[in-house]
Design a protein around this ligand. Structure first.
Ligand code: NDP
Length: 249
């Protein structure tokens, strides 16, 4: 499905795959100019070419959300001008028992899922506030239903997502009065590469079995939700949305 996002300029982090790629596609098909941000330049270029072939406008910007984003922001401004729609979607999920003490994984998740989100938000705050004062501006954070759940092995991942959910509610109190709509989207199980970077065969097997039991959402289902929420009238803020596969309890 497409929406009316003509004259909007978006940045989607984690656009190299999965949910982020599908969000970028929906936004571009809805008329937005879309900057695609992630680390894998080849994936981003491929997606930008696909969007261009469909008649849309996209820019591949290889960058790490945990690093210095000055150059990325300049590249986006030069190509597209001021950004008025930011989707913080980049994330990693590295599940292991907390008792194993894998602080390398803890740091990667906290740095990407929480600090990276803050880093990107900071990089585009001026744009969003200016756009919010003149018209419509959106900040969309992709959290997880895991923000509200507790289960073994995913403790640090779900803690980062609980932090994203809480941060989104707080960001809303600062950005909302400035005309920047903050939306927190909390997906359930979605088919993607998210679990591919884990190194624990037991946890892998558990995730595979879960996906057998609960047919996951498609990344495009989340893309559709983001297209919907960002195309409402500017006074309408669907501030927190849990999106689950119908059979996920
Ligand atoms: P993917 O692994 O397909 O997507 C994650 C994206 O984040 C990739 O495109 C990756 O690209 C990018 N990324 C990771 N680290 C960085 C970084 N340091 N800098 C820039 N980009 C980065 O998984 P999903 O599409 O499923 O995940 C997207 C979001 O949805 C995540 O935040 C995840 O937590 C959330 N989510 C997913 C669910 C699911 O079941 N799949 C459920 C609930 C929430 P690259 O490696 O090229 O940088």
């Amino acid at each position: 499905m497409t929406y009316d996002l003509n004259n909007r300029t978006a940045v989607v982090t984690g656009a190299a795959s999965g949910i982020g790629a599908e969000i970028a596609l929906v936004l571009a098909r809805s008329g937005a100019k879309v900057a695609l941000l992630a680390r894998r330049a080849d994936r981003l270029t491929e997606l930008a070419e696909k969007i261009a072939a469909e008649g849309g406008q996209a820019l591949a910007v290889a960058a790490d959300v945990t690093g210095d984003l000055t150059e990325a922001v300049e590249t986006i401004h030069t190509a597209f001008g001021r950004v008025d729609l930011v989707v913080n979607n980049a994330g990693v999920m590295l599940a292991n028992p907390i008792t194993e003490g894998r602080d390398d994984e803890w740091h990667r998740m906290i740095d990407t899922n929480l600090k990276g989100l803050l880093n990107v938000t900071r990089a585009f705050t001026k744009d969003l506030v200016e756009a919010g004062a003149e018209g419509t501006a959106d900040l969309v954070n992709i959290s997880s239903v895991g923000a509200h759940l507790a289960f073994p092995n995913y403790g640090v991942y779900t803690a980062t997502k609980a932090a994203v959910t809480h941060l989104s509610a707080n960001l809303r109190t600062e950005f909302g009065p400035l005309g920047v709509r903050v939306t927190n989207v909390e997906p359930g199980l979605v088919s993607s590469e998210l679990g591919d970077h884990m190194d624990n065969p037991d946890v892998d097997a558990h995730l595979a079995a879960w996906r057998e039991q609960v047919p996951p959402l498609n990344p495009a289902d989340i893309g559709d939700v983001v297209g919907f929420v960002t195309s409402r009238s500017k006074q309408v803020n669907l501030r927190q949305i849990v999106v689950l596969p119908t059979v996920q309890v």
